[in-house]
Design a protein around this ligand. Sequence first.
Ligand SMILES: Cc1cc2nc3c(=O)[nH]c(=O)nc-3n(C[C@H](O)[C@H](O)[C@H](O)COP(=O)(O)OP(=O)(O)OC[C@H]3O[C@@H](n4cnc5c(N)ncnc54)[C@H](O)[C@@H]3O)c2cc1C
Length: 269
Amino acid sequence: MDSFDVAIIGAGPGGYVGAFRAAQLGLKVALIEKRPTLGGTCLNLGCIPTKALLHLSGHYAWARHHAADSGIKLAGIELDLAALMKKKDAVVQKLVGGVAQLAKARKITVITGHATLTGRSVGKPMKNVTVRIRRDGRVSVTSRAGKATLPDLGEWNRYGELRLLGRVGEVANVGGLKVSPAEVERVLRELPGVTDAWVTVLRDKRGNDCLAAAVETKRARAEIEKKLLETLPAWKLPKIWLLAPTLPRTDRGKLHTTELIARLNVTVP
Ligand SMILES: Cc1cc2nc3c(=O)[nH]c(=O)nc-3n(C[C@H](O)[C@H](O)[C@H](O)COP(=O)(O)OP(=O)(O)OC[C@H]3O[C@@H](n4cnc5c(N)ncnc54)[C@H](O)[C@@H]3O)c2cc1C
């Protein structure tokens, strides 16, 4: 069985760029992707195909509605949708193929399949890499390549694994103690009966930080709080709550954070 210095799950822009950089730093890298092609959502379904379609339909609209304004007479303009989609597919294929070529050139082993994390080795630092949690909670990494302090906050769990708690600056100071909204949000999301959750930091009327949680659930606040207390200390519990069976979402299906902040702010104590 092959072994690697680093295995990256998911070959989207996050994964393949990380894999390229790790390979560039001299590590033996595996890039695991469940789709048949690399590039993730962006190249296969998101940014690239949508922009290709916008670009092509822009040509069509111009030819049909604006060419004559510029003194260009075009006749018999028709849309061949099948050909247009084929062109879009060709653009996608070219780019995903390009990512595959770049991975090959960097000697990255691409594995097609669904990766599952098992065992307790995940999250432990690699050999020759020292990870330290600084007094301010930031993660600092020292390796042959040098030393870097990350913009992430971390903690060690009881298995000696590193858990990332969120980005610096996204931490509430609750009565002198630091709590990361990301940590509370993760625990909320894992509760039975919760379909989604979002936690942020708001200021109460006295200017103190407090956590505010929007939770997509049919359960009552008291039930949710009781469940949270099984995992978190009481001081980490959000002070401001919005609970609803469905929360507002953006066109892309993500929680509409601007609207959630507006609704949460109404109940700031
Ligand atoms: C319609 C649409 C249009 C968009 N347009 C833009 C745009 O114009 N500009 C822009 O900046 N962003 C755009 N985005 C957002 C962009 O696509 C994402 O921000 C980007 O793809 C996120 O990259 P990622 O690597 O984090 O995740 P992804 O690109 O989603 O990649 C994750 C990869 O991991 C794989 N994977 C997941 N789990 C496993 C597993 N267990 N085992 C193996 N593989 C796994 C998935 O198959 C996937 O390929 C758009 C998104 C959509 C949906």
